[in-house]
Each structure stands twice: as structure tokens, then as C-alpha cells.
Design a binder for this molecule. Structure first.
Ligand code: ZN
Length: 150
């Protein structure tokens, strides 16, 4: 499961379906009535604002770091965006606020041979995610938009 943070008020527009174009170019034998599948309308909605996509685990980590409810979906009203932006800037500038997110990579084998691999998380990974959130929140603040995630 992953989450996308975005500003719905940024708007969207209809553009030609990218899958239809790819099927036409690369595998026309799979087209259904000229479209990528029988439910495709031939267009797709393109969101016009910035967005941040995170895994479920990283979403949870960022939400907790920013004192936001650790839920699958939620929103930051426009009036609260500046305060959340301040929390992001604090987390970017105070290493100890991010220290708990650093995890070593590991690989383990269980008793029955099951393999478990974790790629870990570096401080640079966390800073990159926080910087993306900062860019989104600055955009929201500049435009008076709310931020939602789901
Ligand atoms: Zn299509």
C-alpha cells in the first residue's frame, strides 16, 4: 500500500490515455475497439499540481514525524499548512528529529529457509522525502490550498 499527498484544488485536465498510445505503438494486437481495455474511455485525468508518493511504511513515518494522524487518508486544511510546513523545516534542520528513521539494511533466513530482505533507510532518504513534502506544502501555502493524502 502506498499514499499520495496532493492538492486537489490544483486542478486536472483530460489527456489522451498513455496506455492506449503504448498499446497502439507496441502491441496493437491487444487493443480492444482501439483502446487499451474495454473500460478505457481513451482519456485519462492528469493532475496539474505537485504530488508526493510514499510507501505505506514511509507515509506512517512522515505523518508521525509531523505530528499528523497516522491514518491511510487525511487532510491538512489550508489554514494549517503553514504550521505543518514549519514542522517539516524543523525536521529538516534538526538531525535528532529524524534519527529514529535510520535503519540498517539486513537480510535474514528463517528456520524454513524463508528469506527476508530490508533495504533499510538512510537519513538522506528521510531528508529527500521531507524535501518533497516541503515543496508540496510551499505550493499549497502559496496557493491557499489544502493538502490531502490517500
Ligand atoms: Zn486506454
Amino acid at each position: 500500500m502506498s499514499s499520495t499527498f496532493m492538492c486537489p484544488e490544483a486542478g486536472s485536465r483530460e489527456v489522451p490515455c498513455e496506455f492506449c498510445a503504448r498499446y497502439k505503438a507496441e502491441m496493437p494486437e491487444y487493443l480492444v475497439d482501439g483502446k487499451c481495455d474495454r473500460y478505457c474511455t481513451g482519456t485519462q485525468t492528469e493532475y496539474l499540481g505537485p504530488q508526493v508518493n510514499l510507501s505505506g511504511y514511509n507515509t506512517s513515518s512522515i505523518l508521525r514525524m509531523l505530528d499528523l494522524p497516522d491514518e491511510e487518508y487525511g487532510s491538512i486544511p489550508a489554514t494549517e499548512v503553514p504550521e505543518v510546513l514549519r514542522r517539516v523545516i524543523r525536521a529538516l534542520n534538526v538531525t535528532s528529529k529524524r534519527a529514529h528513521t535510520v535503519e540498517e539494511a539486513f537480510e535474514e533466513r528463517g528456520a524454513l529457509g524463508a528469506r527476508m530482505v530490508s533495504f533499510g533507510n538512510t537519513d538522506e532518504d528521510t531528508v529527500r522525502r521531507l524535501t518533497s513534502m516541503q515543496n508540496l506544502l510551499v505550493y499549497a501555502a502559496d496557493n491557499g490550498f489544502e493538502v490531502v493524502w490517500s
